[in-house]
Design a protein around this ligand. Structure first.
Ligand SMILES: Cc1cc2nc3c(=O)[nH]c(=O)nc-3n(C[C@H](O)[C@H](O)[C@H](O)COP(=O)(O)OP(=O)(O)OC[C@H]3O[C@@H](n4cnc5c(N)ncnc54)[C@H](O)[C@@H]3O)c2cc1C
Length: 423
């Protein structure tokens, strides 16, 4: 089978790219391993998930929020409905139940093997997501066998966890949200906290995402940041999209009874070894939060809109024990489950083009894969912009990359016309 461009994956990224390719008149097909579009949202998220981005902030090419609750947060079901509606609008040339099993460079283009057959094409867009596999540290192997281990991709609801206490490892958005949910369900929760990014849901009467959007921080591009690798690996904001708009920072979690401990550094004989750095990482997170809020305040003053906003204020410093514990006995604490909220990574086992670094990351310049003309990737953290991995960010990236792709195809066509004329 032949087509000009193969898009792999039909999440928001694959759909947005299909929208742009169609606008540019580029013949393509979208191959999706799942039974429906938005497969990841359907199969790898927990039941109670709500988006941490407000409704107004789910803007996709040609599509946006038109309801009456722009400041509310979509439930998982509403998110799936939203992407289903987008798929109806885009009407991509879609092949479902079609996992791609190999991508190889062939004759100046690419060969894509899928369960549906082999495709030959000139360009490929990898839109398979950034969060395919939950990261679990090696030390997980040292946990006693009677402890149930689970990742956020496997977690569905508290009722499915074994009775007893739960240790949540990792305090980015996922870990903080799940610690909040499990603790509110009456379980004893311990949260192991490493580096994290503290953020209030609302500041001076406006949602944090309003500030990120208005100040253009979300639009900051990959060539504007000082340390791109660091920006790409930062933990997500400690945020949730609950209807009461509550914060889920460490003070809020502590107030409902979550026990805060330092980063999990080791496990021996059923005992956790914890880093003594809890106080430091919290001070650092507070410092960075205050820097962020200062930049918001400065922006508001420069625009002369202070009077439209609530007064400047600061959040109470994160409260942690003066001497946090350096060890914890799982049995004594009654912990029966460990939930690894230690991040996710993309998975490219099927990619047989030498474009991965030693850590298995795709090497790319703003989504244009290095050393593989015609190969693109979409949907990774800070791919082209700070907002790249958000629903709201993928449209601009798809527009830019589809323009690059169109220019690449045009140049390739020109080269072959010249070659034919010369022969
Ligand atoms: C827990 C969690 C919460 C999030 N909350 C928000 C939020 O509140 N707001 C927000 O804007 N963003 C949020 N995000 C980030 C982001 O919007 C989602 O991760 C989103 O799913 C990314 O869309 P995508 O299209 O890039 O990837 P995905 O949605 O993962 O889509 C990739 C598609 O590729 C398919 N695929 C994968 N491998 C293959 C293969 N080999 N062959 C064929 N098909 C394949 C998958 O089945 C899937 O359908 C969240 C992410 C996570 C993990």
């Amino acid at each position: 089978m032949r087509t000009t461009t193969v898009v792999i994956g039909a999440g928001q990224a694959g759909l947005a790219m299909s929208w742009w390719l169609a606008r540019r008149g580029i013949d393509h097909v979208v191959l999706e391993r799942g039974a429906r579009v938005a497969n990841t949202w359907r199969t790898e998220r927990w039941d109670s998930l709500t988006l941490l981005t407000p409704n107004w902030q789910s803007r996709l090419p040609g599509f946006g929020y038109e309801g009456v609750r722009p400041d509310a947060f979509r439930t998982l079901g509403e998110t799936i409905e939203f992407l289903d509606a987008y798929a109806r609008l885009v009407a991509p040339p879609l092949r479902l139940h079609c996992p791609v099993t190999a991508v190889r460079a062939r004759d100046g283009g690419y060969e894509i093997e899928s369960v549906d057959g082999t495709w030959r094409c000139r360009a490929v867009v990898i839109a398979t997501g950034a969060f395919n596999i939950a990261r679990v540290p090696e030390l997980a192997g040292a946990l006693p066998p009677d402890i149930v281990q689970i990742t956020p991709a496997q977690y569905r609801s508290v009722s499915e966890l074994p009775d007893g206490g739960v240790l949540v490892v990792g305090a980015a958005a996922t870990g903080a949200q799940l610690a909040d949910e499990i603790c509110r369900a009456g379980r004893d929760v311990t949260l192991a906290v490493g580096e994290h990014v503290r953020a209030p849901r609302t500041y001076r009467g406006r949602d944090i995402q309003w500030w990120m959007d208005a100040t253009s921080l979300n639009n900051e591009t990959f060539d504007q940041v000082e340390n791109l690798n660091r920006a790409r690996s930062l933990p997500s904001f400690q945020l949730a999209g609950y209807c009461d708009r509550r914060d889920i920072d460490l003070n809020a979690l502590r107030a409902i009874g979550v026990h805060l401990v330092g980063r999990l550094a080791g496990i021996r004989d059923g005992k956790l070894q914890l880093s003594g750095s809890l106080r430091n990482v919290c001070e650092l997170a507070d410092l960075k939060l205050n820097r962020l809020l200062n930049s918001f305040d400065q922006w508001a003053t420069e625009r002369g809109i202070d009077c439209e906003l609530e007064p400047v204020h600061r959040l109470a410093p994160t409260r942690v024990d003066a001497v946090p514990p350096l060890g914890l006995d799982l049995a004594r604490r009654g912990i029966r489950t460990v939930l690894w909220a230690t991040g996710f990574r993309a998975e490219y086992r099927w990619l047989q083009v030498p474009v991965l670094d030693r850590k298995g990351n795709l090497v790319h310049e703003g989504g244009v894969v290095t050393g593989a003309p015609g190969l693109y990737v979409l949907g990774l953290p800070f791919l082209r912009r700070r907002k790249s991995s958000l629903i709201d960010g993928v449209g601009d990236d798809a527009r830019d990359l589809s323009a690059h792709l169109a220019a690449y195809l045009g140049a390739q066509r020109q080269r072959s016309t010249v070659a034919v004329a010369a022969s």
